[in-house]
Design a protein around this ligand. Structure first.
Ligand SMILES: Cc1cc2nc3c(=O)[nH]c(=O)nc-3n(C[C@H](O)[C@H](O)[C@H](O)COP(=O)(O)OP(=O)(O)OC[C@H]3O[C@@H](n4cnc5c(N)ncnc54)[C@H](O)[C@@H]3O)c2cc1C
Length: 348
């Protein structure tokens, strides 16, 4: 009988946690190193918007990701014993006649049936926000309670895996053997998000740092059963509270909130409506993004026991459940990764 594998995952954010669940499902022993400080997974609005409105196209590989992701988070609710998954209607307030026409050109096509509602008279007449060009509603969108997701996962791993709440110590790591603090692992997967550049093994992975800021506001005037979207999103999170976001600030890993971003978010909110609001909180985080907007997954070219799973970008909550399954199959069974996500695309 073969001995049970033991895998080390560095980083317990969305990438590391989804991957850990995939390994645990297969009965593999897991150790996770996470310093317990998270500035993306826990900060995120956790929204899954099936569309990219800018081009009025479906998100990349949407049909493969969307239903698997919904099932993944629903089953995780049972495992973690907490509420994570909230279906929500996203209403796009069109920014021009052309944008509405783009929607109308797609709404009857079979490939958009699962995602675009046909624009109705009430969408045209919708008056709970500025609606000069009309609006359209999305199906199959949802949001995940991000902070709960991160914290509940770490608690779960404390009981079902080994969780080391610390910074990964390079001095205690032998990459050739995949030995960390005297324990030998079969594989080590680096899931460090925007902090990847501080780990010396995957410097060929061009992970950018895209800072984002959001506001939490309260208001009695904003619709609370739909997420309004134009220039920014307004996500109802219960009890007349809303997340408004998010900014995109490139190559910035500082975690300070700024007045300039607050002003921008408030200006963007005004494009949706002149609501009376109270600002309760402003937070900042950093997304791990890649210029070609595809994640980065693969194996180290010298140290064959080392792997990377990173670059989840702005649509991490949609992609992570499927990609973690594919990453698991790659590591355990050598099943080829999609060329578009493979780190090989950056190797000369
Ligand atoms: C403001 C904002 C809003 C967002 N909104 C959405 C959204 O609505 N929908 C969506 O899908 N995505 C959203 N995202 C993006 C999403 O958060 C990311 O795609 C995702 O969280 C990235 O996960 P990750 O695990 O790669 O990185 P992270 O969440 O950064 O996790 C990496 C983990 O590794 C740990 N770590 C790193 N280095 C070390 C080390 N050396 N030692 C120990 N531990 C280490 C860190 O502590 C951290 O916990 C948003 C992001 C931001 C910032």
């Amino acid at each position: 009988m073969s001995e049970k594998k033991h895998i080390l995952i560095v980083g317990g954010g969305l990438a590391g946690s989804t991957l850990a669940h995939r390994f645990l499902e297969k009965g593999i022993q897991i150790t996770i190193v996470d310093k317990g400080e998270n500035h993306a997974t826990a900060i995120a609005a956790g929204m899954v918007n099936p569309m990219v409105f800018r081009r009025m196209n479906k998100s990349w590989r949407l049909d493969e990701y969307i239903f698997e992701s919904q099932n993944f988070y629903l089953s995780l609710e049972e495992k973690l014993n907490c509420k994570l998954y909230h279906p929500i209607i996203i209403r796009r307030m069109f920014s021009s006649e052309q944008e509405r026409e783009s929607w109308e050109n797609r709404q009857d096509k079979p490939e958009f049936h699962n995602f675009l509602e046909v624009i109705s008279e009430s969408d045209r007449q919708f008056n709970k926000a500025k609606n000069e060009f009309g609006s359209g509603r999305l199906k199959n969108s949802y949001w995940i309670e991000a902070k709960t997701y991160y914290k509940a996962n770490l608690s779960y791993f404390e009981n079902h895996a080994t969780l080391l709440k610390e910074s990964f110590s390079l001095a205690d790591f032998i990459p050739e053997e995949a030995t960390y603090k005297g324990v030998k692992y079969d594989h080590v997967v680096f899931c460090c998000g925007y902090l990847n550049k501080y780990v010396p093994f995957f410097q060929d992975a061009p992970i950018q740092q895209t800072k984002g800021q959001t506001l939490t506001i309260s208001s009695n005037e904003i619709l609370h059963d739909e997420s309004l979207n134009r220039k920014c999103f307004v996500l109802p999170i219960g009890e007349n509270l809303f997340r408004v976001g998010a900014t995109y600030e490139w190559d910035d890993e500082s975690l300070e909130i700024t007045e300039a971003s607050k002003k921008l978010l408030l200006e963007n909110l005004q494009v949706i409506g002149d609501f009376k609001i109270k600002i309760l909180e402003q937070i900042a985080g950093v997304r791990p993004t890649v210029l070609d907007r595809r994640p980065i997954m693969g194996q180290h070219s010298t140290y064959s026991k080392l792997f990377i799973f990173n670059g989840l970008g702005t649509k991490g909550y949609l992609m992570a459940p499927t990609l973690s399954r594919e990453m698991c199959d790659f590591i355990l069974h050598g099943k080829a990764l999609d060329k578009e996500v493979s780190i090989e695309r950056f190797k000369k």
